[in-house]
Structure formats: structure tokens, C-alpha cells
Design a protein around this ligand. Structure first.
Ligand code: FE
Ligand code: FE
Length: 306
């Protein structure tokens, strides 16, 4: 494993005009991801899995295109969250409207023909669930309670919830989002980041954490643990001879890690697709004694890759 140690202070924090929150563009977020999955699948040992995820992301984009704005929190609720620096679309407080289940239905219909036998069986189990049980499934997934969950079906529910939360975040006003009190959770929905991205262009060299659920990205200075905020003992680990655009940012203080993607090395990197295409790095990190600090809602620990 190749290691680089960087000391805090080497990379300056952003200026005052830097956007602290970048919401996902609803016109292309999943379409771009689908193209990235398909590109990563070429010649990859897990090509079939990545290609299926590409089809799922295409279906997410089509579902997003077909659905309008969901029911938003009331103005009073939004103002209250803003006053307390709380995420207005918090997964634990927001009452989901039924359109997320309609979105799930649309996803299942679109990807059924591409699914393998195990995934198709999982789809049938989901389709047979009564509404209340499907809502309970979503609650547990969003709460990170994976024990006993149908892990083969969970990525499909995760994909539908991603579409719903991107719709929510896109329908809000930028001014509705408070600058967060807590920097380790999404300022829009309160979820954990699934990876982080060092950007190019207007935000050249700045690092943004990428929400595993609503795909919003929020700024955090570099060389800082995205889990415990320690700035000491941060190391960047990669697979020997592997993709230079994907590293694991590992923290010696809390023994956790999260992937970090460098657009400078490859401008097409995607926080979800590149994460799933680099499972070899997760295995190395596990062997080195580090625990992953954030989820990828399209793959759950313990579930076999399709
Ligand atoms: Fe979020
Ligand atoms: Fe840490």
C-alpha cells in the first residue's frame, strides 16, 4: 500500500465566497453517474455488477426526470432548522410523501430486464411488501440499521431514496440551508458522506464531502478526518499500481477511513461509481484495521455483489 503523510496547514481553507453547499444538478446527476459506471465497467473484474449499477443509475435519472417536486417541509419548519443550524431535510424528522414509493416502482420496472436471478428475486420480494413494511425498510436503511435487513433488496430501496432526496434538495432555495453546526453530516439531509471529492475549476483544490443520500456536497478543509475532525495522523492510502484518482483518507485517531477522489487526476470521477469500482481498496483498509465511516447506498456490507 502506498502512503503519503501530509501535515495540517499545508493546504489553506477556502475564501469567504466559496459555496459551502453544492446541491446535485437534477438534470444530470444520475445520468453522469450512469456514464461513469459504464466506463468503469470496461475491462473491470466486476464488469457485470458495474454495468447493472449503470442501468440502475440510468433508471434513477429517468425517474427523476419524470417526477416533479415532492412535498417540502413547511416554512416554519425550515426557519426553525435554519435558526438551529439543523438540516431542513433530515432523514429522522422529515415525513416522506408516497412519491418515493412510486419512484421505487418505476426503478424496478426499468431495470428488471437487466437484473440477474438474485436481484430479480429481491425485486419480487420488494414488490410483495405491504406499504407499511416498505416504509419500515426505508426507516431502517436511513437509520443505518442493517442487521436483519434484506441486503440484496436494500440497494434498490437506497436508489429510490436517493432519487427522492435529490428531488427534495433541488426543490429548496439555497438560502434555506443553514451553515451547519456539525461539519461531518450533510447540511441538507443530515446523512453521512459516502466519499469526498477534491474539485477542479471554480473550486480548484477544494475538498467537498459527498452526501450518500441527497448527493449534496459540502466543503470541508483538506487533511482533516471527515468522521472525528482530527487533523493529526491523516494518511492517504491507495492500491499499489491502482487508480491515482482514488485514495482512502485514513485517520489514526478514530481508525476510520473514507475514499477521497481527485478530479485533477480524472475529471469524470463520481463519488458513488468510483467508490464501488474500488472495492479492492476497501478490502485493503479492512485488513489494515480501518473501519469505513460512511455508506454507499448501492452496496451493503455482507451482501454479495450482483
Ligand atoms: Fe444529504
Ligand atoms: Fe478520525
Amino acid at each position: 500500500m502506498a502512503t503519503t503523510i501530509i501535515e495540517p496547514g499545508e493546504i489553506l481553507p477556502p475564501g469567504p465566497e466559496t459555496p459551502f453547499l453544492r446541491r446535485a444538478g437534477r438534470a444530470s446527476v444520475f445520468g453522469d453517474r450512469a456514464r461513469r459506471f459504464m466506463a468503469l465497467a470496461e475491462g473491470h473484474a466486476m464488469a457485470d455488477f458495474l454495468r447493472f449499477m449503470g442501468h440502475l443509475a440510468e433508471a434513477q435519472q429517468r425517474t427523476l426526470d419524470a417526477q416533479g417536486a415532492p412535498l417540502l417541509p413547511g416554512a416554519e419548519q425550515i426557519a426553525l432548522c435554519k435558526a438551529h443550524g439543523m438540516p431542513p431535510l433530515g432523514t429522522q424528522t422529515l415525513r416522506r410523501d408516497p412519491s418515493w414509493r412510486e419512484g421505487l416502482q418505476r426503478l424496478l420496472e426499468q431495470v428488471e430486464s437487466q437484473a440477474n436471478d438474485a436481484t430479480r428475486a429481491a425485486m419480487q420480494r420488494l414488490a410483495a411488501l405491504p406499504e407499511a413494511e416498505l416504509e419500515a425498510f426505508a426507516d431502517r436503511l436511513l437509520g443505518g440499521e442493517y442487521a436483519g435487513l434484506d441486503l440484496a433488496a436494500a440497494p434498490l430501496v437506497g436508489a429510490a431514496l436517493q432519487v427522492y432526496w435529490v428531488r427534495l434538495a433541488a426543490a429548496m432555495e439555497q438560502a434555506d440551508f443553514p451553515r451547519p453546526e456539525v461539519h461531518t453530516l450533510c447540511p441538507a439531509c443530515g446523512s453521512l458522506p459516502g466519499a469526498s471529492v477534491v474539485r477542479i475549476g471554480a473550486e480548484q483544490g477544494l475538498r467537498y464531502l459527498h452526501c450518500a443520500l441527497c448527493a449534496s456536497e459540502w466543503n470541508m478543509v483538506r487533511v482533516k478526518c471527515s468522521h472525528c475532525e482530527s487533523t493529526r495522523g491523516i494518511a492517504y492510502l491507495g492500491v499499489e499500481g491502482g487508480d491515482e484518482a482514488v485514495k482512502a483518507e485514513a485517520c489514526d485517531a478514530c481508525k476510520s477511513y473514507l475514499k477521497i477522489l481527485y478530479m485533477e487526476k480524472n475529471p469524470a470521477v463520481d463519488a458513488v461509481a468510483d467508490d464501488l469500482a474500488s472495492l479492492a481498496l476497501d478490502i485493503l483498509m479492512d485488513e489494515a484495521g480501518f473501519l469505513r465511516s460512511g455508506p454507499n447506498l448501492l452496496l451493503f456490507p455482507g451482501a454479495a455483489a450482483a
